[in-house]
Design a protein around this ligand. Structure first.
Ligand code: 4NP
Length: 155
């Protein structure tokens, strides 16, 4: 069975495309499908922000073929887990939920890590170094998530 994971941020051009690419890079695609979406619709159809593409490329991950899309209520049916980057994303996604089953799928991405912060900050108004910082936060959480998936597959 394929587990489907959706990464969500506001714009779907900075953080969630990184989260999609980073997790995809750590799991077996036969077992885990990863996608991303934004709660806002400002950039639909666009490629990720060049600063996200740059930092991903630096670590050997190509996210340039991703295209921005908006989160939709059907995503609750399609995906098993919905990871959000910050509490504002959490509230926006929860506002669209129809049931406890929908709500239970939604989790802050960094709650999977032992980092002391729970939110991946929005780097949109930062320089490239803000994207480098965000990359490492996301990478830490995705490492934990991937370890869980890989443990399940090995058992
Ligand atoms: P993201 O960053 O949510 O990490 O994709 C943002 C990108 C664009 C905007 C806000 C946040 N915006 O307002 O256009």
């Amino acid at each position: 069975m394929v587990t489907k994971v959706l990464m969500v941020c506001l714009g779907n051009i900075c953080r969630s495309p990184l989260a999609e690419g980073i997790l995809q890079n750590k799991v077996n695609p036969d077992n885990v499908f990863v996608d991303s979406a934004g709660t806002g619709g400002y950039h639909i159809g666009n490629e990720p922000d060049h600063r996200s593409i740059n930092v991903a490329t630096k670590y050997g991950i190509d996210i340039s073929k991703q295209r921005c899309r908006k989160f939709k209520v059907e995503d609750f049916d399609e995906f098993d887990m919905i990871y959000v980057m910050d509490k504002s994303n959490y509230n926006d996604v929860i506002a669209l939920s129809r049931s406890n089953s929908d709500k239970n799928k939604v989790q802050l991405l960094l709650s999977e890590s032992d980092l002391e912060i729970l939110e991946v900050p929005d780097p949109y108004y930062d320089e490239q170094d803000g994207f480098e910082y965000v990359y490492h936060l996301i990478d830490k959480a995705c490492e934990e998530i991937a370890m869980k998936f890989n443990a399940i597959q090995d058992s």
